[in-house]
Write a protein that binds this ligand. Structure first.
Ligand code: UDP
Ligand code: MG
Length: 326
């Protein structure tokens, strides 16, 4: 029988942890696998860790990692994937917005030979019009700008063969745009479709500001197009200015007269100033990320690691052991 590990990032989720476990247990009972559950606590300040520890006492198939503080979902997920120990791994949110009912279907596709089976949502229940619209623009923009293809309306919920997980674990960039990283590694991928529900309990940990910086992260870590855009705009403006300059000179030579054009001058100065600042801003976005990557800090710090105790063997890549600062 194959070994399946479910990896679940959690951050202040005491309301749903037990619910999630019960549901998961029920569904996994119908699958023909040895399963373990690895929670990654992303610096929760409520009773989440106590809930998990309690569950672990009852069920030795549960393990957990606690991070030293809140690093963000991507980093929690990375910590979990670095410690993945199974033939096949499923990454899922704890709030039951990713229906665990899909896991048997994902396993079927895995048995059919697919290495990555991701869940794409058909409907986005309980989300505002604005969130839906911005999400849809985001996918359009990023797929145009980068040379990887990121499936639309697909979150992190997916099943991955251990070879895909190992490939992902080789990508140590500190800007962890997971949608991009998942797409970048390739392998035989397959989508299955589902209706995304509202959260079972608790509240979303994402707000507009976070989503915006998420989008900028995504674009800057997989595309140079904004930099090239700055070059294009610069070239275009230079050409136009040249033409306009000729016009001004010719006019002055032929007609002479008083120097005029205060409004034109103001417009041109402000416009160019704006464009220069924008280009600098774009360069700054990349430079800042370069700085961040260059520091080569560990992606996360672990406080405690309690693996599921019925794990079969420790197959972890030794290189990763050193990286994860345990
Ligand atoms: N999460 C996390 N760290 C964070 C924020 C969220 O580990 O800083 C976890 C959270 O506990 C949940 C998952 O990531 O399991 C998705 O979070 P959420 O439901 O808030 O996001 P949404 O579904 O609204 O995109
Ligand atoms: Mg959610």
């Amino acid at each position: 029988m194959s070994n399946l590990q479910i990896i679940v990032p959690v951050f202040n989720e005491q309301e749903v942890v037990d619910l999630f476990y019960e549901k998961m247990k029920q569904i996994l009972a119908t699958c023909d696998v040895n399963w373990t559950l690895l929670f990654v606590d992303d610096g929760s300040t409520d009773g989440t860790v106590q809930h998990i520890e309690f569950l672990r006492h009852k069920d030795d198939r549960i393990g957990f990692i606690t991070l030293s503080r809140n690093f963000g979902k991507e980093y929690a997920l990375t910590a979990g994937l670095d410690h993945a120990n199974a033939d096949v791994v499923v990454v899922i949110d704890v709030d039951l917005q990713d229906p665990p009912e899909l896991i048997p279907l994902m396993l079927d596709e895995w048995h059919n030979g697919f290495d990555v089976v991701y869940a794409t949502r058909k409907a986005r229940e309980g989300e505002t019009f604005i969130k839906k619209a911005t999400a849809s623009w985001f996918y359009k923009i990023i797929n145009k700008m980068s040379n990887i293809s990121i499936p639309k309306d697909t979150g992190d919920y997916r099943l991955m063969d251990i070879k895909a997980v190992k490939a992902i674990n080789k990508l140590r960039e500190s800007n962890r745009f997971m949608k991009g990283i998942f797409a970048w590694v390739g392998y035989k991928q397959k989508a299955i479709y589902f209706d995304r529900k509202e959260r079972a309990a608790g509240t979303t940990k994402f707000n507009f500001r976070k989503l915006f910086s998420f989008a900028v992260d995504g674009i800057t870590s997989f595309s140079y197009v904004p930099l090239r855009f700055a070059t294009w705009i610069g070239t275009l403006v230079a050409l136009l200015s040249f033409a306009y300059g000729i016009k001004v000179i010719v006019k002055a030579l032929i007609f002479g007269g008083d120097p005029q054009g205060y409004p034109t001058m103001m417009v041109v100065i402000l416009f160019l100033g704006g464009i220069q600042l924008m280009a600098l801003g774009i360069i700054g976005e990349y430079l800042g990320r370069l700085f961040e990557e260059n520091k080569q800090r560990p992606l996360y710090l672990i406080d405690k690691y309690q693996p599921p105790t019925n794990e079969v063997s420790d197959k972890l890549d030794p290189r990763l052991r050193e990286d994860d600062s345990l």
